[in-house]
Design a protein around this ligand. Structure first.
Ligand SMILES: Cc1ncc(COP(=O)(O)O)c(C=O)c1O
Length: 396
């Protein structure tokens, strides 16, 4: 048995995190307290956008986005097959039709030309939006997609779950952070423990659009509006039970929303984690560089995540021959690599809509060879050396 037990991803919890949680625990509000607002403001600041809405998880964030953008039954929306199912499922929650576009073989991201072809080959108005995913932490060039979206009147939801602190450089040479709202109407993040910032469960929506922001706030909590001025209410003061103004207890459910709230305890943890987020990304980038250099000239490597200064490295992917052999060999040696992802269009749920093998060759070929190596800020040098050694040993 190996003395090592190395997962592909892992949260990092400190004494400061513990203290932050304990403080929140003794606050009068366990949910809907001040930590939510604080976390939202700090996160918006970190990403460089105007508004942020914290929710119970990344999937809820995606669902609220498709609701806020009014996705209707039968509307077609484009996304990538190489993602976690939630990126596509949020379209289905609103009855929309998921259209998967193939990935680019080098970046593993949704392929611009495949999206363009879909749009060109359909009448204008056939598609409502695009959900690009900053897969593995690599930023999608949203400036390019925005131009396409403007031409075809589409909205964009950026699934940035893998990419807090990820960025691309726009055509003027300006750094554009994932989720900053400059090119997408809405962006979402997840605070699942394997992600950059861990809340246990948690998610965030970021935007620069005030109307969408306000809509999201009500949808997050049952579609209820609580308005001190009374200006937003639809029922009369008299009905509400007041005399010359609405009584203080009054509120209105004006939309069908959900309980997608996050707790103060989770936000206290998120806030504490956010203080170390830059450190964590710097470590991830260092680990990526070392993997890249170690495997750069190896014949068994068909492709790898590589080195890209804007990559946030939620994952470090290798493409190899005999992926199954390598995966099992690593497991036998205490290294728990993972596969990201089984192409979404070939999940039995999506096959029922007619998707079949051969539809998206780049994504399917990628799935045959991909493996995600351990990647998290507390991965030690000794552990990473061991992972590299074992990968090379398998191919000797
Ligand atoms: C790309 C992507 N989108 C959405 C989600 C959903 O996030 P959550 O697990 O917080 O619901 C995940 C989480 O794994 C993800 O990786």
């Amino acid at each position: 048995m190996s003395k090592f037990n190395i997962p592909y991803g892992k949260q990092h919890i400190t004494k400061e995190d513990e203290q932050a949680i304990i403080e929140a625990l003794y606050h009068p509000y366990l949910t809907q307290g001040p930590k939510i607002d604080e976390f939202e403001k700090a996160f918006a600041d970190y990403i460089g956008c105007k508004y942020a809405v914290a929710v119970s998880n990344g999937t809820a964030a995606l669902h609220l986005c498709t609701m806020a953008l009014n996705v209707q039954k039968g509307q077609k929306i484009i996304t990538t097959p190489i993602t976690f199912a939630a990126s596509a499922n949020c379209i289905r929650y609103c009855g929309g039709e998921v259209v998967f576009a193939d990935i680019a073989p080098k970046t593993y991201l949704i392929d611009y030309n495949s999206v363009k072809k879909l749009l060109e080959n359909s009448p204008k108005g056939a598609y409502a939006g695009i959900i690009p995913v900053d897969f593995a932490g690599k930023a999608v060039d949203l400036e390019k997609f925005r131009k396409l979206a403007a031409e075809y009147d589409l909205w964009i939801i950026e699934d940035a779950c893998h990419a807090p602190a990820g960025f691309f450089t726009d055509y003027k040479g300006v750094q554009q952070n994932c989720g900053n709202g400059n090119f997408a109407e809405l962006a979402i993040f997840s605070f699942h423990p394997v992600k950059h910032i861990a809340c246990g469960e948690g998610g965030m929506i970021t935007t620069n659009n005030k109307a969408l922001y306000e809509k999201l706030l009500t949808l997050r909590t049952h579609g209820i509006t609580k308005d001190n001025t009374g200006e937003l209410y639809q029922n009369s003061i008299e009905f509400a039970g007041g005399k010359d103004r609405y009584p203080l207890w009054y509120m209105e459910m004006q939309d069908l929303g959900y309980n997608y709230r996050i707790t103060d305890i989770q936000c206290a943890l998120g806030l504490s984690q956010l203080q170390r987020a830059d450190d964590g990304v710097a470590k991830r980038r260092k680990i990526a560089k070392k993997y890249f250099q170690a495997f750069e000239n190896e014949a068994f490597i068909k492709g790898q995540s590589g080195v890209d200064e804007g990559h946030a490295y939620h994952l470090y992917v290798l493409e190899v021959e005999d992926r199954l052999g390598l995966y099992n060999y690593l497991r036998e040696n205490g290294i728990y690599a993972q596969i990201h992802y089984i192409p979404c269009h070939l999940m039995p749920y999506y096959r029922q809509f007619g998707w079949k093998e051969g539809d998206l060759p780049n994504a399917e070929n990628y799935y045959k060879h991909c493996i995600s190596l351990p990647m998290y800020p507390t991965l030690t040098e000794e552990e990473q050396n061991y992972v590299i050694k074992k990968v090379k040993e398998f191919y000797k």
